[in-house]
Design a protein around this ligand. Structure first.
Ligand code: DC
Length: 229
């Protein structure tokens, strides 16, 4: 059976990673969460006082890029690969609202994107990969055999993210999450380098009112069509 490359792009909190993990499990593919990579660089910048609510020390961060090592290690118990920043598992630390509020600033830096895109292309060079992000079908793997583009209303997405964070015990308000979702949509779609846009050949899913199971079923039949062709 053919091992293909599957790109899943779209707005934040549209369930991209949930779908990508299910695909990886079913087809025995490598799953790469590229948002986790941008979040990890942001965490590094935050810890080194290179980014904050009102500032970004771009040139200093760019100089530090060679000192940022990112690796994914498969966690058997969880069934997916977790991200390590300079040897430390940062899966939890990168998912806070604080990092979500800073990540669009860091991910707009071209030098950061160049480094991460290069690493992503290396991870996926042999196919059999499902990658989620914002520019996978447009920049990282423009020749991916299958491209999906996920959207949903900002209110639906904020509600999902709010539930996730509350379940984890974070002290956040719905309004703060909605704000973050809308602001990230704006920043990610308007940045100069690799903005979030739907690739011409991507298949769009508006999952405002579609459950994960329904989406997964439809996506699997498209994948099956490709790998059996
Ligand atoms: O998928 P996520 O919400 O964890 O991504 C966090 C941020 O990282 C997102 O707001 C924009 C940035 N990002 C990006 O610029 N390019 C990608 N391929 C993935 C994420």
């Amino acid at each position: 059976m053919k091992k293909i490359t599957i790109a899943i792009d779209g707005y934040s909190s549209t369930g991209k990673s949930t779908i990508a993990k299910l695909i990886a499990k079913k087809y025995n593919y490598i799953y790469i969460d590229t948002g986790a990579m941008y979040r990890s660089v942001t965490l590094f910048a935050k810890k080194n006082n290179l980014v904050g609510e009102n500032y970004l020390k771009k040139d200093e961060l760019v100089k530090e890029l060679p000192n940022i090592d990112l690796k994914f290690k498969f966690n058997d118990k969880l069934g997916f690969a977790e991200i390590y920043l300079n040897g430390n598992n940062v899966e939890k630390e990168i998912r806070t609202l604080e990092i979500s509020n800073l990540v669009s600033k860091v991910s707009a830096i071209s030098e950061v994107r160049k480094k991460l895109v290069k690493a992503q292309q290396k991870f996926g060079k042999n196919g059999g990969v499902v990658m989620d992000g914002r520019d996978i079908g447009t920049v990282v793997f423009p020749n991916a055999e299958l491209k999906f583009f996920m959207t949903a209303s900002a209110a639906k997405r904020a509600t999902r993210r709010y539930k996730e964070l509350i379940e984890k015990g974070d002290d956040v308000s719905y309004e703060a999450i909605l704000n973050n979702v809308q602001e990230r949509d704006r920043l990610d779609s308007t940045r100069l380098d690799s903005p979030l846009v739907k690739a011409k050949d991507a298949i769009e899913f508006d999952n405002s009112d579609m459950g994960i199971e329904e989406q997964f079923k439809r996506i699997c039949s498209l994948i099956d069509g490709k790998i059996n062709s």
